[in-house]
Ligand binder design. Sequence first.
Ligand code: NDP
Length: 449
Amino acid sequence: MNEYVNRVLEETKTKNNTENEFLQAVDEVLKTIEPVIDKHKEYEDLSILERMVEPERIIMFRVPWINDEGKVVVNRGYRIQFNSLIGPYKGGLRFHPSVNLSIMKFLGFEQIFKNALTGLPIGGAKGGSDFDPKGKSDNEIMRFCQSFMTELYRHIGQDVDVPAGDIGVGGREIGYLFGQYKRIRNAYEGGVLTGKDVVYGGSLARKEATGYGLMFFMREMLGAHNICIMGKTVSISGSGNVAIYACEKAQVMGAKVVTMSDSNGCIYDENGIDLDCVKEIKEVRRGRIKEYLNTHPNAKYIEKTGSENPAWTIKTDIALPCATQNELILEDAKTLVKNGVIAIGEGANMPCSEEATNYLLEHNVLVAPAKASNAGGVATSAIEMSQNSMRYYHTFEEVEAKLDTIMTNIFNACKSSAEEYGLGHNYVAGANIAAFSKLAKAMVAQGVV
Ligand code: NDP
């Protein structure tokens, strides 16, 4: 291994030794960009890698709020302002009980590269809280969001840091967060948050963007290998924002989606998922995916028992992990390969473990890496920011067409970087190299900051 890469990896491990997810994300990026480091000896003197793995700023704060029983509950809030090389900090907020510093840092780190790939002027950030929105009333969600924003507002701004949604943060939460920000600031700074409802400054097609973008990327990747999505069987994990709109576009492209899941288990409908039913359960009633069987008794429900994901036991051509990190591990990869999978499209962030990714690549499975394939969400958020600045709105078709072009460009960047460095169809390395090359140039240009 390149000595400089090795040294920075070791130092990062020593400094952040309890942060497994962060170390995993750094390990994957640094190992795949070795050929660029080999070529640019000057990066070592400039400590490019040391600067890349150290967040510009970490903000952690107390979020006290009152539940419906009148009890004061205290959660922890985070904002990792990781890197502002190419634009204001940008990245979502995650509300989930598993949220901790390691998960925030891994997400913030990956966001830097993803945002660079979009070709738009956005830096990398991530934030959130260990607050669990599940089972909370609307009033509890609102009180939590208001308290969260009462601290966060001083750190963000439309030219400073622009949060959006992620797991557990959708249109409802963004609305409450925006309302509180506007009240505190006494100004209508529409571009301070993205993922807003269209009635008060959101962009058409933002809700659909991550899932649609994933399918545009898949279309390009498969097309480069003369494979058509039409007629293929697709397995999806998750049933949230990304999963639902990946399913919608996959169906429009003529694929048959047979699975969706939530954290309790997975539904398998061999006739093809009835997406209207899933939307009704998840977007309207905020229910559990198991309820699908109430109206589709011929579908199967497989409960999640261990760490393996039941969605990956089903025979499929294309697997789209759209739930969370490390939800597709080595054992799942082996099962998918045994069952003849052709391609994996990462809708979630870091859904495949490093061992799983390597196994898939070694077995000639095409892997669409999250930093590239799920970048459609943040790209459309940047389009939302530009619409807010212009005080003018594009039509749905205009935004979707821009998204399609961006995803096509991202795939081409991954492909040409992989080719330039003789890495064949390794688009995971291609994505990291394309993004890193751009960021390193910006870092050199901006001096030691
Ligand atoms: P949502 O909260 O809308 O949906 C998340 C889905 O994943 C739910 O079905 C949820 O099930 C499931 N899930 C969450 N955590 C776990 C877990 N630990 N084990 C099993 N299932 C789990 O989130 P999004 O769809 O917005 O995000 C999904 C992924 O996509 C995340 O990795 C996110 O970082 C990534 N992403 C999202 C973008 C966006 O624009 N929203 C953009 C780019 C990436 P349950 O309801 O039971 O918790």
